[in-house]
Design a binder for this molecule. Structure first.
Ligand code: NAP
Ligand code: GCO
Length: 266
């Protein structure tokens, strides 16, 4: 089969940041099932250990590293260790992220900076750490996990939207700067996914009714439901494989149709 129809990740080394659970875990697991060697990081050893146990339970041989992706020295050390212990990173997924849902005028500058640090500065730091070896190897794939908030705003998520909007443009700029080195940098923009990050938006109310936001999002999604992290894995494998070598600087929205829909009529 020609490379251009090749969805396999056989023999590739994939680093997924923040992949002990949630979206990162789903993507890393799919990469393993597509033949890749998985390495992931999390900020605490206890979460790395929990992630390793989950991967093992799923029959996946993963390697975990403790690394705060906002810390450039830790990231550089981690990438050197991965290159020595596993191999040069062929695929990077900048997945680690946080959100703070606070009305903008109630948010401190430090809280704003914390979100920008993890959701925008860290993808820059990790990409900068892996690109030199990708250039030497002659290829690389970088996938940044963007968001509906790369395109839309909503109350209480100013820092997150600013970060994810910036991540969309960082994605395009890495494409522009390193496309000639056969590095493809694309984004995935998930819709609303049922993970720990969105659990507060789905919590049952005291009277047992659905959370208002839960009802709102189902009305804004043509699919009429929250999406599952596993529904991102096909697009993620595509963007990590040779099948997408001519796709660069693109944000692939996997949102159940949210961005195409004005919302269910009342
Ligand atoms: P999640 O459940 O909160 O998981 C986030 C992961 O990132 C956790 O493993 C967390 O580790 C890790 N992390 C956070 N800060 C870190 C740091 N400084 N260094 C290393 N790891 C760090 O989130 P998720 O829902 O899976 O989302 C993953 C990505 O998708 C995020 O970028 C998010 O913005 C994006 N996204 C999510 C949705 C959604 O609806 N869920 C939709 C669009 C985009 P700890 O647990 O140790 O903090
Ligand atoms: C929120 C949600 C969203 C999702 C995701 C949507 O509070 O609106 O957390 O931001 O996490 O980014 O694509």
């Amino acid at each position: 089969m020609s490379d251009f129809l090749n969805f396999s990740l056989e023999g590739k080394v994939a680093l997924v940041t923040g992949a002990s659970y949630g979206i990162g875990y789903a993507i890393a697991s799919a990469y393993a099932k597509s033949g890749a060697k998985i390495v992931f990081c999390d900020i605490k050893q206890e979460f790395v250990d929990k992630g390793l146990a989950s991967y093992e339970a799923d029959g996946i041989d993963a390697k975990g590293y403790v690394c705060d992706v906002t810390n450039e020295e830790m990231v550089q050390d981690m990438v050197k260790k991965i290159e020595a212990e596993v191999g040069v990173i062929d695929i990077l997924v900048n997945n680690a992220g946080i959100i703070k849902r606070i009305p903008m005028c109630d948010m401190t500058a430090d809280e704003f900076r914390q979100v920008i640090d993890v959701d925008l500065n860290a993808p820059f730091i990790v990409a900068k750490a892996v690109i030199p070896s990708m250039i030497k190897k002659g290829h690389g794939k970088i996938i940044n996990i963007c968001s509906m908030m790369s395109e839309l705003g909503r109350e209480t998520v100013s820092a997150y939207a600013a970060a994810k909007g910036g991540l969309k443009m960082l994605t395009r700029n890495i494409c522009a700067e390193y496309g000639a080195d056969n590095i493809q940098c694309n984004g995935i923009g998930p819709g609303y996914i049922a993970t720990p990050q969105t659990a507060p938006l789905r919590e049952k109310q005291a009277d047992g009714s659905r959370h208002p936001f839960d009802q709102f999002i189902c009305g804004r999604t043509p699919a009429g439901r929250w999406l599952q992290a596993e529904e991102l894995t096909g697009p993620a494998v595509f963007l990590a494989s040779d099948a997408s070598n001519a796709v660069n600087g693109h944000i692939l929205y996997v949102d159940g149709g949210i961005l195409a829909y004005i919302g269910k009529q009342p």
